[in-house]
Design a protein around this ligand. Structure first.
Ligand code: ADP
Length: 646
């Protein structure tokens, strides 16, 4: 047979042109593509040999060899897979076999020139074998099919034509020789690195580590010859020693049987793959079969990375198909509130070259992502039930992310299940409590889930508003994270029980008789209360007689439906939010002697400046107790000193 020159099919020509002129940000992937083809070709022969072992001709040492040659700037990829017959060469390398690529080329034809040059071609669709032209001027394929005695050489420079001629190859398999392109003049885009050991190691480690067949490379080293004791011989000149190394680990851990994997193996895999120093807290490893098939291996880290709560943080979920890496940071697989989870999903349902854009609309992906969320929820719930102390450690690291999910995604189907994951400190125990447990401890006749927000438990326990609640024997949930009260506000209720702040609105603890009594005191002292309000100018919207205080003189409460003091404090620190103000009400304890004092000053002289000083001090005192700063400390201490001096 003499050498033939053939034209590529029209669509293939277009694809090649694009490949040659494409931007090079993804050019590394050519190796993954070619190795994946080799691995598929070995899969095929292995499969055939199951029913006809003679097809192997004794060669069952399956492998993929990388042969770089620095002298001529080439890289060869050699496999002993099934090989290609003449017809297959023409059919498979002369046309685009894959429907996805076809569709893409068609789509491309409909685009105008500018958007064409903008698109990130490799990220968009299947590149396969043709990606070789991103890095090579000339691609030569030497192949011998397991079903033919003849070997063929296919060659192209990507210019629209290719040649085929008969050649020799000792045994079955395919060799792909890439004549690497010259580096750019400014060395910004380099190609000669593909002949370097370090680069090949890096790419195999990153993209093809779990290919089932060994990917081998001959490593050359200069070594001084050694004597029989293994000691270098003095004065001897170095010799070139060649050893063959396998660059990939070949074992997709996630595909192994769960029971055969030790904790240590799981942990080592996690640490090396996701670059963490600390063992993970827990792992989730499962396989789904049926309509959609996939294996997932997920890890819950022990510690939040330093940038976890910043914008720089990216999710770390990788997508694989049939053990081959497709994509890092596959965001769509995990909802934002579980963004701390690291891991991978391997599904044979995705094509090797699926792009992010296409993935985002992929139905299977959505189904998988829903399942992953469910699994994570149930794992965390189980963890919470089995070891609340350890769960509390986890919660300290990542609880805020989950709370963010409850706050942001209040329409989520999993809303209730996410709420079950919440834990809080409470007034009744040193330990954390779930809302479910809180409900189980509620007193007879207790209508609400009581809460109070602030910076720490100790300060909250001493709040004047706690007094009567404690007396009643009601447990109070402490909201210590900044997001807590906003989230609770949005939740409004949990399992049909409404939340109620002990520092907002009316607590309604007292019986009718007491209510009447308070009302009476309020009417009786209306003028005094108005006088105090006026003195405090517009700092408070009302001054009231309190039914919630026992021993403390005053407290500040806010409107039932508005911002709480704690919310005001948090919002004042946010840009553009500093004007957000809680509607404050000063409550005075009618049984406290300070009230008697106020009354007597008022009765003596309604305009007494002492009344202004008292009001000012009492108001600021109440703020101090709530953890606020005094607006004008100098004025405060002046007034205080004045009163002390008398
Ligand atoms: P894909 O692998 O996605 O089908 P490619 O463009 O990468 O698309 O390859 C086209 C076809 O060429 C493959 O389907 C396969 O039949 C054949 N092929 C490519 N590389 C090899 C190889 N190393 N050994 C045998 N056949 C190969």
């Amino acid at each position: 047979m003499s050498k033939e020159t053939k034209s590529f099919q029209a669509e293939t020509k277009q694809l090649l042109e694009l490949m040659i002129h494409s931007i090079y940000t993804h050019k590394d992937v050519f190796l993954r593509e070619l190795i994946s083809n080799s691995s598929d070709a070995i899969d095929k022969i292995k499969f055939k040999s199951l029913t006809d072992v003679s097809i192997l001709n004794g060669d069952d040492d399956f492998h993929i060899y990388l042969k770089p040659d620095k002298n001529v700037n080439t890289l060869s990829i050699i496999d002993n897979g099934i090989g290609l017959t003449y017809d297959e060469l023409v059919e498979n390398l002369g046309t685009i076999a894959k429907s996805g690529s076809k569709a893409f080329v068609q789509q491309l034809n409909e685009m105008n020139e500018t958007s064409k040059s903008d698109i990130d071609i490799i990220g968009q669709f299947g590149v396969g074998f043709y990606s070789a032209f991103m890095v090579a001027n000339r691609v030569t394929v030497i192949t011998k099919s397991a079903y033919s005695d003849k070997a063929y050489k296919w060659e192209s420079t990507g210019d629209g034509t290719y040649t085929i001629e008969e050649t020799n190859r000792d045994s079955r398999g395919t060799t792909i020789i890439l004549e690497l392109r010259e580096n750019d003049a400014d060395n910004e885009t380099t190609f000669d690195e593909y002949t370097e050991e370090y680069k090949l190691r890096e790419l195999i480690g990153k993209y093809s580590d779990y290919v089932r067949y060994p990917i081998k490379l001959d490593i050359e080293r200069e070594e001084i010859p050694k004597d029989e004791n293994g000691k270098p011989i003095d004065g001897a000149t170095a010799e070139t020693v060649i050893t063959t190394e396998t660059l990939n680990s070949m074992v997709p851990l996630w595909k192994k049987d769960k029971n055969s994997i030790t904790d240590e193996e799981y942990n080592n895999f996690y640490k090396s793959k996701f670059h963490d120093w600390i063992d993970p807290l827990d792992k989730i490893h499962f396989k789904v079969e049926g309509n959609i098939e996939y294996t997932a291996l997920l890890y819950i880290p022990s510690k939040a990375p330093f940038n976890f709560y910043s914008k720089d943080f990216t999710k770390n979920i990788q997508l694989y198909t049939k053990n081959i890496f497709i994509m890092d940071n596959c965001d769509e697989l995990i909802p934002d509130h579980f963004r701390f989870v690291k891991g991978l999903v391997d599904s044979s349902d995705f094509s090797l070259n699926i792009s992010r854009e296409i993935l985002q609309q992929n139905k299977q992906l959505r189904v998988i992502s829903k399942n992953l969320e469910k699994k994570i929820i149930s794992t965390l719930k189980e963890f919470q039930q089995n070891n609340l102390d350890k769960y509390a450690e986890f919660w300290k690291e990542f609880g805020e992310a989950i709370k963010g999910g409850i706050y942001n995604d209040f329409t989520s189907q999993n809303k209730e299940k996410l709420e079950d994951l919440l834990i809080f400190s409470t007034s009744d125990s040193d330990k954390f409590s779930t809302l479910e447990n809180y409900l189980s401890r509620m007193k007879e006749g207790q209508e609400f889930i009581y809460y109070v927000a602030g910076e720490n438990k100790e300060a909250l326990e001493k709040l004047p508003q706690m007094e009567l609640v404690k007396d009643k024997g009601f447990e109070v949930i402490f909201l210590l994270d900044r997001i807590d009260e906003f989230m609770i506000d949005r939740m409004n209720e949990y399992k049909d029980k409404k939340f109620k702040s002990i520092t907002k609105g009316d607590l309604d603890f007292v019986d009718n008789e007491k209510k009447e009594e308070i009302k009476g005191i309020e009417t009786e002292n209306k003028d005094l209360l108005d006088r105090i309000k006026k003195s405090l100018d517009n700092k408070v919207s009302g001054v009231k007689i309190s039914s919630r205080l026992k021993t403390s003189p005053v407290c500040i409460v806010t409107d039932e439906n508005g911002l709480s003091l704690e919310m005001e404090k948090i919002m004042s620190e946010l840009p553009n939010m500093s004007n957000a103000k809680a509607n404050k009400i000063l409550e005075i304890n009618p049984s406290h002697s300070i009230f008697t004092k106020l009354k007597s000053i008022y009765n003596e002289d309604q305009n007494s400046p002492l009344l202004d000083d008292f009001s000012y001090i009492l108001y600021n005192q109440a703020l101090l107790i709530e953890g606020f700063k005094i607006e004008d400390p100098v004025l405060f201490s002046e007034k205080l000193t004045k009163i002390m001096v008398g």
